[in-house]
Ligand binder design. Sequence first.
Ligand SMILES: CC(=O)SCCNC(=O)CCNC(=O)[C@H](O)C(C)(C)COP(=O)(O)OP(=O)(O)OC[C@H]1O[C@@H](n2cnc3c(N)ncnc32)[C@H](O)[C@@H]1OP(=O)(O)O
Length: 398
Amino acid sequence: MSDFEIRTLGVDEHRAASDLFRGTVHFPPADDTEWERTARTYQPGGTLGAFGPELVGTAKAFDAELTVPGGARLPMAGVTGVGVRADRTRRGILRALMTAQLEDFAGRGVVFANLLASEGTIYGRFGYGLATRCRTYSVDRHRARLRPEVPAGGELELLEIDRAFEVCPGIYERLRRRPGGMTRPEVLWRLYENQARRGTQPMKTVVHHGPDGPDGFVRYFVGGGHDQPKRLEVTDLSAGSPAAFAGLWRFLLGVDLVDRVVAEERALDEPIELILADHRHATVERVADEHWIRLVDVPKALAAREYGHAAPVVLEVVDPLLPGNSGAYRITPDGAERTDGPAALRLDVTSLAMVYLGTWRVSALADAGRVEVRDPAAPAAADALFGTRVASWSGTYF
Ligand SMILES: CC(=O)SCCNC(=O)CCNC(=O)[C@H](O)C(C)(C)COP(=O)(O)OP(=O)(O)OC[C@H]1O[C@@H](n2cnc3c(N)ncnc32)[C@H](O)[C@@H]1OP(=O)(O)O
């Protein structure tokens, strides 16, 4: 029997959960000013606590929608603020929190759970798979030039912080998203506002106006000391068209007293090199994990996305934590459904999450021993079925 109890926290307990979580990631508790803003990043009823008997562990969640290949948007829960007090780790508290959270999601029709992981080895055991990746690149502002055929882009408008957080949520909501993209509920905009107001460097926002109104924005700040190179750090850039993307980059490359423009955690195939006269003026600083996803409702998730053209493949999915998901699914260019037929491939729900948005190829997972192959023709067919036209990417930090 465990010596702790898991329950949903009341709003009046959120500050204790925040202090606890901050302690686990080596941050001090929020002061009153910081807490006033942080409180708004908690969705009421969305945070679990583990008590033993006092609060010793917590996990936070908020509701949003995830875009899947083909454009359908399905209910997802964003999971964050997970921590267990250092003197109570490795006794199953995280497992109990994750299990309770997934049961709650499943019970109220959430199809996906998403998170950004602090370490690469924690969440696979709970069915989360690394589903999108990103790259941080920087551009030498003094040398980079846009190619002459790159669209000029529209009018640009520099906004101060209050106005930025009034207008950006509406613009973001209207833009088409890649697979892996998600809606940003109020709690996330409050998180970004909190980060912007807390920062020592002023956060700037520039909106791009296209032919039909605002269709993109970039949020950034400029860092670097007196004797150091000045880096303009792009923390959020959303563009609804190639012209908006080019227009925003034309602006960024024109900001005075900046040496490098650094774009954090962008889609792997974002075409920065293609709009520059010399692609070598853009340098990849790192490629990293972005979102881990958990298919909470496998039948709904598989049925919701579009597939490429290839021979049908039957997958056998194994999900020990949510066993209702286990079973065989026939994937065809027209959709996916449960079947009694024999499976050509067998994989766990974690590996399914890795291939669901097309980020990893089924055949690569098979080569690595993570997918069991019963029909040698199946991996190539599954690659074509699950592949996506553009790289899946969220672009939303939490
Ligand atoms: C989405 C986010 O919020 S990411 C932020 C996550 N939080 C942090 O990194 C803060 C610092 N770390 C912690 O608070 C804790 O160590 C946690 C939350 C990572 C783990 O909590 P614990 O209560 O110790 O985990 P628990 O005892 O339930 O372990 C469950 C399993 O995960 C494994 N595990 C737990 N932590 C880790 C870790 N850091 N690395 C690798 N494996 C781990 C355990 O060994 C156990 O394995 P098993 O299933 O084979 O038995």
